[in-house]
Design a protein around this ligand. Structure first.
Ligand code: PBG
Length: 332
């Protein structure tokens, strides 16, 4: 070893055994932090597999109840419901109809799990509109169709009341309309639903990674959402959106997508004093599943590494299609 200075500082010492690594791990993932997004489709009696998301299904009302009971048994943090209605219209009427699929499914889930598991619901019109946009449309003087922010707010307020009447614990406004959190908070409070919490999809980006989700909800979208969802180039704007939502009464805020936006997640975590969620979205899920199917990646390791990355970047809560499976892996 002549001529080579031997290192005194050896970070490798603490990596030598699994027990040492466990001792000094800075972050960990627990089942209670994971929220399972679930799809429920009107008019089916058996679950329907989603081709673009291997392992994920559109549930029937019955199979949804079983999935939610299992989520509670696994000690998950909650479930986030998305509805797939049998028919759609220009204003997304199914979203506010007490008999609409999402609202009846909320009631089913609450009847199944009671207080044992928070039941959350997506509060957005895109699954219910025949044009697939997250709000109602208006034609400008120039003849262009745009998503009408304030007209949409009125529908969101009504949708929040329908979800609250069905017994939802937490509503998740995800349409990126300005002022949506404030309007929903006022509507809930005025109707005596001050106990319903708001998980705001605050920093939500116009992302190519939502691709597989569009099949999951039979989306009718033509075009894109760039006039309301954020430009992927902007991080400061994501922090601003989160601060605005906290000001308007959001109980929790979210950054979405997840893995391509961990920097935004960290900045939002540092800027707000409410729990921060991150959504490990469909494209992030399907990329790992597709690579694993081809034998190109170690699936389970990739899942746990992804979830750990969210925690390291500051997520208190992670919405992930792997929630139930990860809870099982974490038990081993
Ligand atoms: C909109 C909504 C979307 C997702 C959740 N809520 C789609 C979109 O904005 O186009 C995507 C979730 C995922 O990709 O896993 N209601």
């Amino acid at each position: 070893m002549s001529g080579i200075e031997r290192p005194v500082i050896r970070p490798r010492r603490l990596r030598a055994t699994p027990a040492l690594r466990r001792l000094v791990a800075e972050t960990s993932v627990e089942a209670r932090q994971l929220v399972l997004p679930v799809f429920v489709r009107e008019g089916i009696t058996e679950p329907v597999p989603i081709g673009s998301m291997p392992g994920v299904v559109q549930h029937s009302r019955d199979s949804l109840r079983r999935a939610v009971a299992e989520a509670a048994e696994l000690g998950l943090g909650g479930v986030m419901l998305f509805g797939v209605p049998a028919s759609k219209d220009a204003v997304g009427s199914g979203a506010c109809d007490p008999q609409g699929i999402l609202n009846v499914a909320i009631a089913d889930c609450v009847a199944e799990v009671g207080d044992a598991l928070p039941v959350m619901a997506d509060l957005c019109l895109d699954e219910f509109t025949d044009h697939g946009h997250c709000g109602v449309l208006r034609t400008t003087a120039a003849g262009v169709q745009v998503v009408d922010n304030d007209a949409t707010l009125e529908v969101y307020a009504e949708m929040a009341l329908a979800q609250a009447a069905a017994g939802v614990d937490i509503v998740g406004p995800s349409g990126m309309m300005d002022g949506q959190v404030g309007v929903i908070r006022s509507a809930l409070d005025a109707a005596g639903h001050d106990e319903v919490a708001i998980l705001a999809y605050s920093a939500k980006y116009a992302s190519a990674f939502y691709g597989p989700f569009r099949e999951a909800v039979d989306s009718s979208l033509q075009g894109d959402r760039r006039t309301y969802q954020q430009d992927p180039a902007n991080a400061l704007e994501g922090v601003r959106e989160a601060l605005l939502d906290v000001e308007q009464g959001a109980d929790m805020v979210m950054v979405k997508p997840g893995l391509p936006y961990l920097d935004v997640l960290r900045q939002v975590r540092d800027a707000v004093d409410v729990p921060v969620a991150a959504y490990n979205i469909s494209g992030e899920y399907s990329m790992v599943e597709a690579a694993a199917e081809r034998g190109w990646i170690d699936r389970e390791a990739a899942i746990l590494e992804s979830l750990t990355a969210f925690r390291r970047a500051g997520a208190d809560v992670i919405l992930t299609y792997w929630a139930a499976e990860a809870a099982r892996l974490l038990r081993r």
